[in-house]
Each structure stands twice: as C-alpha cells, then as structure tokens.
Design a protein around this ligand. Structure first.
Ligand code: FAD
Length: 519
C-alpha cells in the first residue's frame, strides 16, 4: 500500500512538474528526435537563424532545426510529431528564406524546417520541349535560381514578386504579386502541380486534376495545410531586354485612370506598377531600386518639392532585333496616357537585371546598415471603388512622407485569381495592391522609429476599418481567431474544414497564429 501510495504521489508530482515546466516536454522531444532516422540532420543548439526574419521584430527560438536533404526527412519528422498526439504541443514551421515580417516562419520551442537545405539537394529540371514548358523545382529554391535555370533554356516563369530572393514555397504560401499579376495573375495562379507533406506526414502530389482540394488549400494557405516540397511552374519564352519607363502624375484620379486603362487593354505593357511619393525631396536621384534614367541630367532637374506625386512604372519586353518596333509600340501606348509631359523617364536593361532589381537596392541598403533592421511593413488590398477615399484619407494625412521606404500602388484584375485557393481578395473586379514598405532606423526616436511607424500602420488600419472600405490585408497578421475569421469572411468555413482534414493537430506554421495546437 505504501509503495502504491508513493508511486501515485510521484506520478502526480511528475505530471504537475511537467505542466509548469514545458521545457521538460521539449527536452524529451529533442531526445526523441535524436533517434529519428533522417538523411539530413537536426541541430539542437541555440538556433538564432531560425528565430529571425526580415521583419526583425519577433524572435522565437525553436527546440530543433531540421536540415532535410530528402522529402522523406520532412515526412518522417511530421509523422513523428503527429504520432506523438495532441498532448505533445509540438509545432513545426517550414522556413523558406525567412522573409516574413512577423514570425510567420518561426516555431517557439518547436521544429523549424530549413527548406533551403532541401533546395540545395533536389535538382531543378526544365522541360522545354513541351508545347507547355515547365520547371520542376524544390519548394526551398529561390526564385532567382529558378529564373537563372529557366533562362538557360530561353524560358522564364510568367508571374513574379518584386524581389526574387524568396523561396518558391514561401511565396506560394502567400500569393506572389508583382506588376505582371494584372495579366497572369499572382504566382499562385501559375502552378501546374505541387508535392505536399500534410500535417499527418503523408506525401501527396496534387494539381487541378488530382487531390484538387489540397492543391487549392495550400496555394495562399499560409503554410496551414502542408509543407510544399516541390512545385511545377509553367514557363514562357523569355525576352532578352526590357524597356523600363517611369512617368509622374500630380493628380491621383488621372494616375489611377491610366493604370486601370492599361491593365484592361488587350495590347499593353508587360509590367504595370506604381508608387505614391509624399513629401519627398531629391526625387529622381533617390528613386527606389536600380532605375537609372537614360537622361540623368533632365531627370535630376525634376524635384518633387514636397508635393504628393504618383509614379507609374511600366516595362515592355523585347529582343534586340525588335528594338525599333517596340519603341513605336511604346510611343503609341504612352500617347494614351495623361502624365505630366516633362516627366517621361526611360531606361533599358536586361530582363534578368529588371526582375532582380530590388536585389541591387538590397546591396545599397546593406552597405548603409539599413537591411537587417526592423521592417514594419503593411500590405493592403483595396477595392477599386474605395481607392479615392483611401488615398484621400491616407496619403499626406496619415502617411506624411515616404522618405524611408516606398509605397507601392497598383491595380490587378480579380479575374486572374482563383477563388478555390485559400487566398481571399476584396470583392470587386479590380483591386489595388497598396504596400507601405518602411524600415525603422535603430535608436531613432522620431518619424523613422519603429514605434512611430507602427503607430502609422495602426492609424491606417483604424481608418480603413472605420470607413468600412472592404480592405483585405496581404501577408496578413492578426492576434485573435475572431480577426482571422473576419479576414476570411465566408471562406472561413472552408479554411477551417481544410485545417481539420490536413493538419488536425494544428502542428504546422504556428507563427501565423490562426489555430491553437491542438485545435
Ligand atoms: P518564409 O518567410 O520563410 O515563410 C513564409 C510563410 O510560409 C511561413 O508561414 C512559413 O512557415 C510558410 N512556408 C515557407 N515555406 C513553405 C513551404 N515550402 N511549404 C509550406 N509553407 C511554407 N511578396 C509579394 O507577393 N510580392 C512582392 O513583390 C514581394 N516583395 C518582397 C520584397 C522583400 C524585400 C521581402 C522581404 C518580401 C517581399 N514579399 C513580396 C513578401 C514575400 O513574398 C513573403 O514574405 C514570403 O513569405 C517570403 O518567402 P520566404 O521564402 O522568405 O518565406
């Protein structure tokens, strides 16, 4: 009797101790991971790299990092955690290039999967001989490498992000939007097939035809339904060169009318974006990215003098033997627009230099110590019919200057988005991508400080909420499930059902903060 009583007491004591010392559970987890057979390896030391991201504000240390070399490494790790059951509390985050803004690729005391390690091992394969060429690529591969490899075959993916040092799996888990999206849709509209490891550790190949529900779930699925391990991306013939054009407007209505005209026209530019420029001096010499106008003297004569201006950014692709024709075509397209006549700035660069343009800006910012610092970015999707109210309320009133980071403004056609994916858009045929992309200067106390920039973001969010503009966040971040439900609206039910089908223990992508583990 004494023995049994002592045993019961000890068991209860251990249970209580574990409850108040979760680290005990995690140390037993690390022990169990050490026995798991993988081709790659786990690291267990303090993994600073896995607790960092581009946002540089959230830093959650994981218990372990998996560096997979085969898809089976990911499958057996997830299966292992799935088999531990709901009480383990253990979570797993796929980490692409870690360019999230608020810890979305982190897993506090969980396991982070370094997807780039898989990208290093799994060979990319371009199938160029087909009538519909494509590339099969590891989801841990960077888009810049996908471009380089495709170009060797004279081909290229169709839809991009502005910055290519992001992984295929990372952008497909969000959307992947840039100035080609008006025509081709976002990157999630440009995928033939995926290989996915679900939250139960099953490896599933999916497409429009096969396991279509999982295929649509993971596209824009914020990592909630599975880890994408491979993707089949359609390709098209790549041009060699790009004419890169910027023109300025002082009137917002004229700017958006021209943008909307261009994205709706049959014969138009290949890339259409735009920038809002508020209270900025030395405008032309201080433009974002690597844009160097052909006539720098004329360009330097134009100064913004603090006015709020809008810059339309366009490109037209061409091959050298088409140079004369492309100039004529551009002239004709520009003649339909109503920009300030003296503000036509043109340059010509290679296709790869254009697509990789933000990387050049990265070099410049790094050299000034302005890259590895907090980035309180805010990305919104605004319905076309509400853009004027939005612009009136935000540009010049809430955002009083754009000196420490660009503000992108450009429309896309909703018809190019697939509403079977997990991504939610505003409910109108045309909506605008509006991206506030500042960097917070360390130890600054004024308008470049993190606190100030966060307060600006909050004021913007409050404004769109109060004015009921039907705005959706892109790369969304919310603190409660109620807010997530509101974000998804009528699509929440499908989102939650897919979660319980594919990741019922809510093991995956805990950094998004949508579901608690266990659900
Ligand atoms: P991570 O930050 O590593 O991961 C993002 C999320 O996806 C996490 O929840 C993670 O768990 C999950 N995830 C990662 N890999 C996988 C996978 N294989 N399977 C399942 N889930 C996965 N976005 C645009 O649309 N257009 C732009 O023009 C654009 N420009 C940008 C420029 C810069 C400088 C930066 C920093 C970001 C930009 N983004 C842009 C945002 C970018 O697309 C997202 O932050 C994207 O998630 C980054 O990819 P990543 O590989 O770093 O993903």
């Amino acid at each position: 009797v004494v023995l049994i009583r002592n045993f019961t007491f000890t068991a209860v004591y251990i249970l209580c101790f574990v409850a108040v010392n979760p680290s005990l559970v995690f140390s037993s987890t690390t022990t169990s991971l050490k026995t798991l057979q993988v081709h790659g390896n786990f690291t267990f030391e303090r993994n600073e790299f896995a607790s960092r991201d581009f946002g540089n504000r959230i830093h959650f240390l994981p218990s372990a990092v998996l560096h997979p070399v085969k898809v089976s490494d990911i499958a057996s790790t997830i299966k292992h955690v799935w088999q531990m059951g709901p009480d383990s509390g253990l979570t797993i985050a796929a980490r692409g290039h870690g360019h999230s803004l608020q810890g979305q690729a982190q897993a506090l005391q969980g396991i982070v999967i370094n997807m780039e390690s898989l990208g290093l091992q799994e060979k990319m394969q371009v199938y160029s001989g087909k009538s519909l060429p494509y590339v099969d690529v590891s989801a841990g591969e960077l888009w810049i490498n996908v471009l380089r490899e495709s170009l060797k075959h004279g081909l290229s993916p169709k839809s991009w992000t502005d910055y290519l040092h992001l992984t295929v799996g990372g952008t497909l888990s969000n959307a992947g939007i840039s100035g080609q999206a008006f025509r081709h849709g976002p990157q999630i509209s440009n995928v033939y097939q995926l290989e996915v490891v679900t939250g139960k550790g099953a490896v599933v190949v999916c497409s429009e035809e096969k396991n279509a529900d999982l295929f649509h779930a993971v596209l824009g699925g914020l990592g909630q339904f599975g880890v994408i391990t491979r993707a089949r991306i359609p390709l098209e013939p790549a041009p060699k060169m790009v004419k890169w054009i910027r023109v300025l407007y002082s009137d917002f209505s004229t700017f958006t009318r021209d943008q909307e005209h261009l994205i709706s026209a049959e014969n138009t530019f290949d890339y259409i974006e735009g920038l809002a420029i508020v209270n900025r001096t030395g405008l032309v010499n201080n433009w974002r990215s690597s844009f160097n106008p052909e006539d720098p003297v004329r360009a330097s004569q134009f100064v913004s003098d603090g006015r709020t201006l809008f810059c339309l950014e366009l490109t037209k692709n061409f091959n050298p033997d088409e140079a004369a024709d492309v100039d004529k075509e551009i002239k004709s397209l520009l003649s339909q627009l109503n920009y300030i006549p003296s503000t036509l700035f043109v340059t010509e660069v290679s296709y790869i230099d254009f697509l990789d343009r933000v990387h050049l800006a990265e070099h410049k910012l790094r050299s000034k110590g302005l890259w590895d610092i907090p980035h309180p970015w805010l990305n919104l999707l605004v319905p076309k019919s509400k853009m004027h109210v939005f612009a009136e309320g935000v540009f010049g009133k809430i955002v009083t200057d754009t000196n420490n980071g660009p503000v992108l403004v450009y429309p896309v056609n909703k018809s190019k988005w697939d509403n079977r994916t997990s991504f939610v858009t505003p409910d109108e045929d045309i909506f605008y991508v509006v991206a506030f992309l500042p960097h917070a200067v360390p130890s600054s106390t004024g308008e470049n400080s993190l606190e100030y920039l966060l307060s600006v973001n909050q004021r913007i969010l409050d404004f769109v909420e109060e004015a009921d503009l039907g705005v959706k966040q892109y790369l969304p971040h919310y603190k409660s499930q109620e807010e997530w439900q509101r974000h998804f609206g009528s699509r929440w039910e499908v989102f939650a059902r897919r979660k319980s089908d594919y990741d019922p223990l809510a093991i995956l992508a805990p950094g998004q903060g949508i579901f608690q583990n266990p659900i």
